[in-house]
Design a protein around this ligand. Structure first.
Ligand SMILES: [Mg+2]
Length: 189
């Protein structure tokens, strides 16, 4: 079985980018009530302007460098890798591959396959790699993958994705729960 795994908010803790914004950009985001996924909505900038600023100022890389992994993600990824083929599929662009790979190594996670789409459309990657299951935190991505492909999606709960889900998507709170769901789809014994 081939598993596609998003990075931000799925491997990293979903509070990471909000904490970074509060620490370096003067925002006062309360993560527990952060109902908006898009970071620019917490500033007075438009989306394009915000990301141009983030890239130029080095803050985009900064967010990725300072993000923290979710609890037990390292242990679970190494364990899953014994049975399944793992593919990290991120909307980050190729420009930040070095900082992304460095972070993965720093946190001692397995690194076999890293696909950087540079956009939120991950459906083509699911098709190209014939993925069997996807792990994600962005609601719109989960919905699109579930609707346009037939594979199951595991959605990591976050304040910004709390809406009702169709039957092909299962919400989890932890990596422990996520792995239990994976084993339901593909028992290893
Ligand atoms: Mg994500």
């Amino acid at each position: 079985m081939k598993i596609g795994i998003d990075i931000d908010g799925t491997i990293t803790h979903p509070s990471s980018c909000f904490n970074y914004m509060n620490k370096y950009l003067g925002t006062t985001i309360d993560f527990a009530n952060a109902a908006e996924y898009e970071l620019h909505t917490y500033t007075d900038m438009e989306q394009i302007e915000f990301w141009e600023f983030m890239v130029k100022s080095g803050h985009e890389s900064g967010i990725y460098r300072e993000s923290l992994p979710q609890d037990l993600v390292k242990e679970h990824l190494w364990q899953l890798r014994k049975h399944y083929s793992l593919h990290y599929v991120t909307a980050r662009s190729e420009a930040v591959r070095p900082v992304t790979e460095e972070w993965i190594k720093q946190h001692e996670l397995p690194l076999d396959s890293l696909i950087m789409t540079g956009s939120h459309d991950k459906v083509q990657v699911v098709r190209d790699l014939s993925l069997d299951l996807f792990m994600e935190d962005r609601l719109e991505n989960a919905l699109q993958i579930a609707e346009e492909t037939s594979i199951p999606v595991i959605l990591f709960d976050a304040p910004y994705n709390r809406k009702s889900l169709p039957s092909g998507i299962v919400r989890v709170n932890t990596w422990d729960e996520a792995v239990q769901e994976i084993h339901k789809f593909a028992p290893t014994r």
